[in-house]
Design a protein around this ligand. Structure first.
Ligand SMILES: Nc1ncnc2c1ncn2[C@@H]1O[C@H](COP(=O)(O)OP(=O)(O)OP(=O)(O)O)[C@@H](O)[C@H]1O
Length: 490
C-alpha cells in the first residue's frame, strides 16, 4: 500500500458516461476491422487478422472488465462467422472471446512494460491475442474437419504465429492514431491523465479526523470546466448532527452534497483532489452502491426518484435495487412507512398522493435501507409553508428519535434553522464559516455574504443590537425570540 504524503494533491479523474465508453469505442473499431477484413488484399494467403487487431485496440483504449471482454469477443466472433469463407467458422465463438480475454489479461497485468516510456500493450496484445484466438480456431477446425497432423503442425500453427507477428505491427499502427482521435474528441483521457486516473486501490487512505463523513481538502472541477466548484473544502460531519448548508446560487452546495453521496467522483465527470471519507473509507475506494447503504440522498427533483405504481411497490423497488433479501423486504417497508407516518397509504397508487406525501414516500424509500446519514438537496423548494414545516418536523424526528444524521442544503433558512445544530456557509466553492447557527448567521451579516437568506427575525435582532439592545437567547426562530423577550420580562 502506498502512503499519501499530501492528501490535498491526490487526484482522481473520472469522465462522465465512462461506463458506456467501451461499447462506443469497440463498436467503432470493430466496424473499421470488418471493412478492412472485407477489402484488404492477402499476400500469399497471408493477411493481418483485422478483427482481432481492432478489438485489441479497443481493449487497450478502454480497459474493460473480463465480462465485458467476453462480450467484445462474442461480437467479433459473430462478425467473423458472418464474413468467413472457412469451412467451419463457428470455432470463432470460442476463439474470439478467448482472444479478447487474453488481451484484457495483458492490459490489466502487463501495463508496466514500456520501452522509452511508450506503452508496449498494443504490440503484446496484438501478438498474444492473435496467437491465442488463432491457435484455438485452427485446433477446432482440425478436429471438426479431421485434418491431418502434418497440415496442423507444419501449416496451420506456423501461419497463426506469422499472422500474430503481423498483428503485432498493425495493432500499434491503429492504436496510436485512434488514441489521439478519441483524446482530441474528449472521449478518452490522455495517457498522462490515465496515469493518475481513477484507480486508488493502491493507496493507504485514512481520514485524519474521526467522523461519519470527513471531507479533507476537497477540490472539484467538472469536466470541461477550468474553475473548481469546490475549492479546498474541509469539514467533518459527526454522528447526530443536523447540518444545514447554505450559500448563494452556484456556490457549490449541491456539488458538496454529491461528494458526500459518492456521485462525485463516481458519476459526474471531472477531477477531484483531496478526499471524502464515509465511515472512515475513502469514497474513491468505495462504489456508489456501497455508499448508498450508508448515505441516503433525496435530490431536489425528488419526483424523478419515484418509479413504481403504488407506495408499497415503490419502497420494495428501492430495496430490491439495493440487493436486500426478499424475506426482509416486508418488514423494512413497514418500518420505513411508520417512520414517515405513511402507514395508511401503503396500498395507494402514487398518482393519488399529494406533493408532500410523494416527498415522504421518497424519504421512506431512502430510509428503507437504514442509512445512518440522510442528505437532502433543497427539499422544500416545491412545498408551501405548511408542507415545509411538516417536512422539518419529520426530519427533526428522524434526527432525534431514530438517530439519523442529517445534512440539508437549503436556501430558505427560516424553517430549517430551529432544528439545526450547525450552519455551514459556502461562498464561491469555499467553506467560509462552519459553526453553530448563531455564529454563522452573524458571519453572513458581518461579511455581507448571502445576507438576503438571514431569517427576518434574526436580522431584526441584529438591528436591535445595533441600537444597543442585548438579548439572552439568539433569535434563530420566532419561538427563540419570544423566549428571549420573556426572559427579559418584556
Ligand atoms: N454536472 C455539471 N457539470 C458542469 N458544471 C456543473 C455541473 N453541476 C453544477 N455545475 C456548476 O458548478 C457550480 C456549482 O453548482 P452547484 O449546483 O453545486 O451550486 P449550488 O450552490 O447548489 O447552486 P443552486 O443553489 O443554484 O442549486 C455552478 O457554476 C454550476 O453551473
Amino acid at each position: 500500500m502506498k502512503q499519501v504524503e499530501d492528501i490535498a494533491a491526490l487526484e482522481f479523474h473520472h469522465r462522465q458516461g465512462g461506463q458506456f465508453r467501451w461499447i462506443t469505442i469497440t463498436t467503432l473499431m470493430l466496424a473499421i476491422g470488418t471493412i478492412l477484413h472485407l477489402v484488404s488484399p492477402s499476400v500469399g494467403g497471408i493477411t493481418p487478422n483485422w478483427t482481432i487487431a481492432t478489438y485489441c485496440v479497443a481493449i487497450c483504449l478502454t480497459k474493460p472488465s473480463y465480462r465485458q471482454a467476453v462480450g467484445i469477443g462474442l461480437v467479433a466472433a459473430l462478425v467473423n462467422v458472418l464474413t468467413s469463407k472457412s469451412g467451419f467458422p463457428y470455432g470463432n465463438l470460442i476463439s474470439e472471446p478467448m482472444g479478447a480475454l487474453t488481451c484484457t489479461f495483458i492490459v490489466k497485468n502487463l501495463s508496466f512494460i514500456k520501452i522509452k516510456g511508450h506503452s508496449c500493450l498494443p504490440v503484446l496484445t496484438g501478438f498474444a491475442a492473435t496467437c491465442m484466438s488463432g491457435g484455438i480456431f485452427v485446433t477446432i477446425l482440425k478436429i471438426v474437419m479431421g485434418l491431418p497432423n502434418s497440415v496442423y503442425f507444419a501449416g496451420m500453427l506456423p501461419l497463426v504465429v506469422v499472422i500474430g507477428l503481423l498483428n503485432a505491427v498493425v495493432t500499434p499502427v491503429m492504436y496510436f492514431p485512434a488514441l489521439r482521435l478519441f483524446v482530441a474528441r474528449g472521449i478518452l483521457d490522455s495517457l498522462e491523465e490515465q496515469e493518475v486516473a481513477s484507480d486508488h486501490s493502491m493507496y493507504d487512505l485514512k481520514p485524519s479526523q474521526e467522523g461519519l463523513i470527513s471531507i479533507e481538502h476537497l477540490t472539484y472541477i467538472y469536466n470541461k470546466r477550468k474553475q473548481p466548484v469546490l475549492d479546498d473544502v474541509s469539514m467533518v460531519l459527526h454522528k447526530g448532527d443536523f447540518l444545514v448548508v447554505t450559500g448563494e446560487s452556484g456556490s457549490g452546495k449541491s456539488s458538496l452534497c454529491m461528494a458526500m453521496t459518492g456521485a462525485i467522483p463516481h458519476y459526474f465527470g471531472g477531477v477531484m483532489k483531496g478526499m471524502v471519507y464515509v465511515d472512515g473509507k475513502a469514497t474513491t475506494q468505495t462504489t456508489i452502491s456501497d455508499l448508498a447503504g450508508r448515505v441516503g440522498a433525496m435530490l431536489d427533483d425528488y419526483d424523478s426518484q419515484l418509479v413504481a405504481m403504488t407506495v408499497e411497490e415503490e419502497i420494495a423497488f428501492s430495496l430490491e435495487n439495493k440487493g436486500v433479501a426478499p424475506e426482509k423486504i416486508e418488514a423494512a417497508i413497514t418500518e420505513a412507512l411508520e417512520k414517515v407516518s405513511m402507514t395508511p397509504y401503503r396500498h395507494r397508487p402514487l398518482s393519488n398522493l399529494s406533493g408532500g406525501q410523494r416527498q415522504r414516500l421518497v424519504i421512506a424509500g431512502v430510509l428503507a435501507t437504514n442509512p445512518d446519514i440522510l442528505v437532502f438537496d433543497e427539499p422544500t423548494s416545491a412545498l408551501d409553508p405548511e408542507g415545509t414545516h411538516a417536512f422539518y418536523e419529520l426530519i427533526h424526528e428522524l434526527n432525534v428519535k431514530y438517530g439519523h444524521t442529517i445534512v440539508v442544503i437549503e436556501h430558505s433558512l427560516e424553517a430549517a434553522l430551529p432544528y439545526a445544530n450547525r450552519l455551514v456557509l459556502l461562498d464561491e466553492g469555499k467553506i467560509v464559516c462552519d459553526a453553530d447557527v448563531e455564529t454563522t448567521l452573524r458571519y453572513m451579516y458581518d461579511h455581507d455574504i448571502y445576507k438576503s437568506a438571514i431569517p427576518q427575525v434574526f436580522a431584526c435582532q441584529l438591528d436591535l443590537e445595533k441600537a444597543g439592545c442585548t438579548f439572552p437567547v439568539p433569535w434563530v426562530s420566532t419561538e427563540a425570540a419570544v423566549d428571549s423577550l420573556r426572559q427579559m420580562k418584556i
